[in-house]
Design a protein around this ligand. Sequence first.
Ligand code: ATP
Ligand code: MG
Length: 323
Amino acid sequence: MRVLSGIQPSGKLHLGNYFGMMKRMVEYQNNNELFAFIVNYHALTSVFDADKLREDTFNAVCDFLALGIDPEKAVFWVQSDVPEVTELSWLLSNVTGMGLLERSHSYKDKMAKGISASHGLFSYPVLMAADILAFGGEKVPVGKDQKQHLEIARDIAERFNNVYGETFIIPEADIAEDVALIPGVDGQKMSKSYGNTIEIFADEKTLKKKVMAIKTDATPIEEPKPIEDNALFEIYSIFLDKKEKEELKERFLTPGLKYGEVKKELFGVIWEYFAPYRKKRELYLNDKGEVHRILQKGAKKAREHASYYLDLARKNVGLNYLD
Ligand code: ATP
Ligand code: MG
């Protein structure tokens, strides 16, 4: 099975990214053909600071490698090193109805949050469709927030195939229900662009500050604490197995629990969980040459795959005017 997914370098990577997508990608690489990439073209829809984009792109690459992407097993690259996707995106644009994009939740949500709406932001799902279709992606591990974008990609692929004949594989979203939408410190979806994240690789002091800032309700200490819509409970739960989660639930339902103490405990859990990856990350951060080699090799392989689908699409729409 060809498994494919990308992540934006639109800020520092966070727990939502890791559990929603990255962790499963790493698991998939052992028994599947894995395609993983850092989508810096996409990040251009929300990042307008070139230095920041460069830094966050390099960091995202090192993060993903540190967290277990194996460049010997997976094809791993930075999106802008495979410009074929932008050309494919244009071919797809012409079979994409305006209405389909106007209904995109993520575009509507970002508009509602005051993020300026450019044409790039509006056509984000078309580029995302190109990202998937250019590599023949079959299964796409994502968080629930990307469900609709995946449906749009499927619609675009189906429409293209209907108009021009069988060209693309129809991809399928792969969403893990228990970690589908991890809340941020303010209780909304954890998002780089919402400034509510708990970063995977924050330093100790920052991590503690972020965890302590998780918004909790004003239930008195002597009363049972709610489990529903409780960001602290939800974030803690992702680090626990079924039995441990039941125990945590019991603790929340037992009067006397202090949110502050649970937060301190959670900080320790997160810090320990990522400790082994932190060391590996340092190695990559300090070896730009090696990272460059990995990405060049990845981009070369990725371009071969993208060229296949792009050439087929060019031919099927009739750009091969000498044939
Ligand atoms: P941005 O705010 O710039 O959109 P983001 O934090 O949403 O950034 P993306 O790069 O858009 O991150 O998403 C990368 C992957 O992580 C996607 O598969 C997405 O579904 C997943 N993801 C992002 N946030 C969460 C979350 N809070 N819970 C679960 N999965 C998430
Ligand atoms: Mg997002």
